[in-house]
Design a protein around this ligand. Structure first.
Ligand SMILES: O=C[C@H](O)COP(=O)(O)O
Length: 246
């Protein structure tokens, strides 16, 4: 039985005052049965760690460098994230693939760098609307995951995978539970071919998850929680989604 995981991705939102309010709201709203985490902008990791001390809520980043250290201006290494107590690092989010031209291989290298420092990568895969309409969904997500499997080899069982159809992110369009489950099943099957841990691995769904659709999505056999964007910015909504992941 996989324990569900709900992760809030704050993206590039918030400031010190609003973060403090959100975090205190979450602390009051918990505990939840599911594992819960927030992935916050780099500058706020330390304050988040202090605010969440002694709670069940883990924290992490929204990216990490593929490099170990060195002259890489603007990058943040996994060693630094580990130093700050990060449990998770999102890698390969579609916004980074699209706006920063991150390739499948770079995403895989970032996942490897995170794991090397004990930070669990949340590896995002997902198709665009054009790819779905062209019948390419399965091909695209399998290609994205294959790069990670090839790069991590025997460590692949240590990642968290997130299926995020690009057309559902921030649009209010959610994949139906059946659509999401179908892709999750494909991904699980691909993982089974690569690792004996596949059935213990968590595959999250992301894309316009809200309090009113979370329970149905999370009830699907291969959906093990969610990666939440917009709804993670309101303590009441995020908490309701965490509760739905019982
Ligand atoms: O990482 C989170 C996803 O991009 C989903 O964002 P959203 O819940 O705002 O659609």
């Amino acid at each position: 039985m996989r324990k569900k995981l709900v992760v809030g991705n704050w993206k590039m939102h918030g400031n010190r005052a609003s973060n403090a309010l959100l975090l205190s709201g979450l602390k009051e709203a918990g505990p939840w049965t599911a594992d819960v985490a927030v992935c916050v902008p780099f500058p706020y990791i330390t304050e988040t760690s202090l605010a969440l001390t002694g709670t069940q809520i883990a924290y992490g980043s929204q990216d990490c460098s593929a490099h170990e250290q060195g002259a890489y201006t603007g990058e943040v290494s996994s060693a630094m994230l580990a130093d700050l107590g990060c449990r998770f690092a999102i890698v390969g989010h579609s916004e980074r693939r699209a706006y920063h031209q991150e390739s499948d291989q770079l995403v895989a290298d970032k996942a490897k760098a995170a794991l090397a420092h004990g930070v669990t990568p949340i590896v995002c895969v997902g198709e665009t609307l054009a790819e779905r309409e062209a019948g390419q969904t399965e091909h695209v997500v399998k290609r994205q995951l294959a790069a990670v499997i090839h790069t991590l080899t025997h460590c692949i069982g240590e990642i968290v995978l997130a299926y995020e159809p690009v057309w559902a992110i921030g649009t209010g369009l959610t994949a139906t539970p059946e659509q999401a489950q179908a892709v999750h099943a494909v991904l699980r099957q691909q993982l089974r071919a690569a690792t004996q841990k596949a059935d213990a691995m968590r595959i999250l769904y992301g894309g316009s998850v809200k309090p009113d659709n979370a329970a149905l999505l999370f009830s699907q056999p291969d959906i093990d929680g969610g990666l939440i964007g917009g709804a993670a910015l309101k303590a009441a909504d995020f908490s309701a989604i965490c509760r739905a992941a019982a």
